[in-house]
Design a protein around this ligand. Sequence first.
Ligand code: CO
Length: 215
Amino acid sequence: MEDLFKKNVAWAESVKKNDPTFFEQLSKQQAPEYLWIGCSDSRVPANEIVGLIPGELFVHRNVANMVVHNDLNCLSVMQYAVEYLKVKHVIVCGHYGCGGIRASVERQKLGLIDNWLLNVQDVQYIHKAYLSEGKDAEAMVDKVCELNVTEQVMNVCKTNIIKDAWGRGQEVTVHGWIYSIADGLLKDLGVNVSSSDEIRSKYHQAVEAINKRYA
Ligand code: CO
């Protein structure tokens, strides 16, 4: 563990070298414009991927980047980010080859986490007509990774946190992205929702595009 403390000191020094008052300024307040809801996977570090420094990104991560309506943890992060930090964008970011999605698709038995991943089973159930058996297994996992992002974007949009924000005229857009560990690049899944009226059309467009891509 000593190594981590050494790395920490080196990091803090390098930041201060660039901007001597960085930590002093940051300790006074945070004003991030973005809330990131991503996977816990160690290969998908939120800040690094989008090149943002401390203070610029509010982050919630869990296995398979889920937004579950009775998850007090995720909801609390969202409420604070939207109502107090007034973030302008909520980004749900999945990633290809997600272990949580794979475990669900392959019906792996991993213990307690299987219960959490039942939420991914629900996503597969919703789209079961377009998730035909016998297709390339890897492509199937990636397709569910994409569909899962669109479903989680919907779950964000359905919360009273986002609905109330839109209702009082607060500008906040919900986005669905997917990250490729293989090349480090993000893809916008086209499900960018800024108002209640857009929810259905954006969702259907995005799902249609995904189904076409994997047809
Ligand atoms: Co993952």
